[in-house]
Write a protein that binds this ligand. Sequence first.
Ligand code: GLU
Length: 398
Amino acid sequence: MKLSAVAEKMRPSSTLSISSEANKKIAEGMDIINFSAGEPDFDTPTNIKEAAKAAIDNNFTHYTPYEGIEELRQAVADDLKRECGLDYSADQIVISNGSKHALKNAFTAILDPGDEVIVPAPYWNSYIDIINMTYGVPVIVNTKMGNGFRVKIPELEAALTDKTKALIINSPNNPSGMMYSEEELREIADFAVKNNIYVVSDELYKKLVYSKKLKHTSIASLGSEIYDRTIVVDGLSKSYAMTGWRVGYTASNREIAKAIANIQSNSTSNINSIAQAAALEALTGDQTEVENMIKAFEHRRDYIAQRISDIPLLSSLLPKGAFYLFVNVSRLYGGTVRGVEIKSSKDVAETLMGFYNVAVVSSEAFGYPDYIRISYATSMRDVVEGSNRIERYVKENF
Ligand code: GLU
């Protein structure tokens, strides 16, 4: 029997696969530096865990409204106001099982089969599969390193067809760490309004910005027309070290929010009630541990960016946000590592793992050639040791 066309197109998430392979080897006792998945090494802050324990003790263990409890949706709306100046009310927020689920809800709500979604590359790997899963057609637009991996309007115009339904924007970006300026977002907003398309704005890393001078801007905050056609997607996994709790959300106009809530009511119902209690504490409770994590990420970014830029033949831009360093490895091509000829970033990633025990993700996974992605959401010990190994890899072989 044949599987569905959607199932046949589906690939396993490369970031998760590489990371679970690395973690399996670590569990077997191998000394692997895992720079693959973007997962904070920090434990979930204590106040959040206590709130979850209290929820269990208070028997907060039944169904909740499928769109999420009112207090949590209000806390999300307050956070969006505080961080981005956005005006949403609780009925415009739907709490989902992580931001992947939020993306799937969003695309299910707006795409008809065959509708095209413009995806600037390098992109986070799961966008493509989620768009495919919701019967859309991803249209990939390659950005240029010279433009800081930020998509330009003529590139968007070249990708536009009469089937274009939406555009995905991700700032701060996974995997490049780049951010759009307010001015650039205004141009993108004008493009979306003029061409009557939706914007799905993935703002998962908005709290992980590493310069006092930089400020995250949400495209939805740039006027009523763009506000109305944007679905903001976010979650608590990265900023609150809550990857396992699976809490994400969408913020949108009421019509879309209602459609998303209906979709969710018939698919997963509410997300886990305990995770909702934890998320409420995360957003409304003490933020000290979160602020400390952000400082630690910044310190690691500064360290690893310097170390990698000191290695001959490697180059990267300084990431402005998120926790990834995107490193150009194309000057290694033509060399060999223990008999393996290096012709692509995949070869670099495989030989780094195979011979130096460092797990990274090659940029092919992100729809872009010639780079590897290093996640520095790992301990400082691993950041230092991983930098040493990458340095040895280059010096010993090229
Ligand atoms: N989003 C993280 C990453 O890019 C975690 C793994 C995943 O969900 O892709 O590594």
